[in-house]
Design a protein around this ligand. Structure first.
Ligand code: SF4
Length: 303
């Protein structure tokens, strides 16, 4: 991929970008922005599962160096951490932000300024962390940022409990989807993350993401430009169902799926309530998951 790369949204007319934004904002009135489908009216101050209101809430933003190398490059990934979450993982490692909602309300104009400031500092992308419940607000900001010259690919960095119709609205807007597939068992999704039908939802969402952007493509500096980058966190006692996750990716997405198999699980938040969650992951458990991914035929594994 050459240096003349343009983010997807710059190839879309501003009229179409505004139309998508209007459709997304309309979803707030009977909220189905994420897969919880609360049907509350966030435009009139009602709160649903996520407790997010009309405005986006941002916990922090900046050039981030802890992401995958293909996102970080030489200048860092321009991360924006959104507060609250569409899920509620009992083992959440960011519960101050996702559960307790630390952060501040930002208007569309302020969020656009944040995006532009990250571009100004030289970041390679705008990395939207936990965006699922704020898609309408992100699009409102994007309209303003595009008019001011934003020219970086968007990374949609999600726990993957997204609404399929919301993801379809992002076709031609998001360049890099980064779903973290947490469970392959719907019951575990419900029990440990308050996410009913988690894998059923995530499968359809990841298929749609792949349909939009395909396998991950990098430029000549090894920086991700467009495509799917999947994360999967190995859990103790194989509660994540890792073998089923990698088989899904190999058989129903692509053997060239760029997959990061992560091992940094530790018991956080309310994990102590569950004996099965209350220990770190052993190296052998992580090695086993990597082995299963290779056996499934996946060829681009980061571990
Ligand atoms: S974004 Fe999701 S969790 Fe939040 S109110 Fe809407 S449907 Fe509910």
């Amino acid at each position: 991929m050459t240096k003349e790369f343009q983010p997807a949204y710059r190839k879309m007319s501003i009229t179409e970008l505004k139309r998508r934004t209007r459709l997304a904002v309309e979803k707030l009135a009977d909220c189905t922005v994420c897969a919880q489908h609360c049907h509350v009216n966030r435009l009139e101050g009602q709160l649903g599962f996520c407790r997010a209101g009309r405005e986006a809430v941002v916990a922090s933003y900046g050039s981030h160096w802890g992401e995958e190398e293909v996102l970080v490059g030489q200048n860092g990934s321009g991360t924006i951490f959104f507060s609250y979450c569409s899920m509620s993982c009992e083992f959440c490692q960011n519960c101050e932000i996702s559960y307790h909602g630390e952060g501040r309300d930002v208007t569309a104009s302020e969020l656009a300024d944040i995006m532009l400031s990250l571009q100004q500092t030289g970041c390679h992308n705008i990395n939207l962390v936990s965006p699922s419940h704020f898609v309408p607000q992100i699009l409102e900001a994007l309209v303003l940022a595009v008019e001011e010259g934003l020219n970086l690919p968007l990374v949609y960095n999600t726990g993957c409990y997204d609404d399929l119709e919301t993801i379809k609205l992002l076709d031609g807007i998001v360049d890099i989807y980064m779903p973290d597939i947490k469970f392959s068992d719907d019951q575990n999704g419900k029990k440990y993350a308050s996410a009913p039908r988690y894998f059923t939802v995530a499968r359809e969402v990841v298929k749609e993401m792949y349909r939009q952007v395909g396998d991950l493509q990098k430029d000549d500096r090894n920086i991700a430009r467009r495509g799917l980058l999947v994360r999967h966190l190995v859990m103790p006692e194989d509660l994540a169902g890792s073998e089923q996750v990698v088989q899904f990716l190999a058989n129903e997405i692509s053997p060239d799926t760029y997959l990061h198999i992560m091992k940094q699980y530790y018991p956080a938040h309310r994990a102590g309530k569950y004996p099965e969650l209350n220990r770190p992951v052993y190296n052998r458990e992580h090695r086993w998951a990597v082995k299963k991914a290779k056996e499934a035929g996946l060829r681009r594994i980061l571990s």
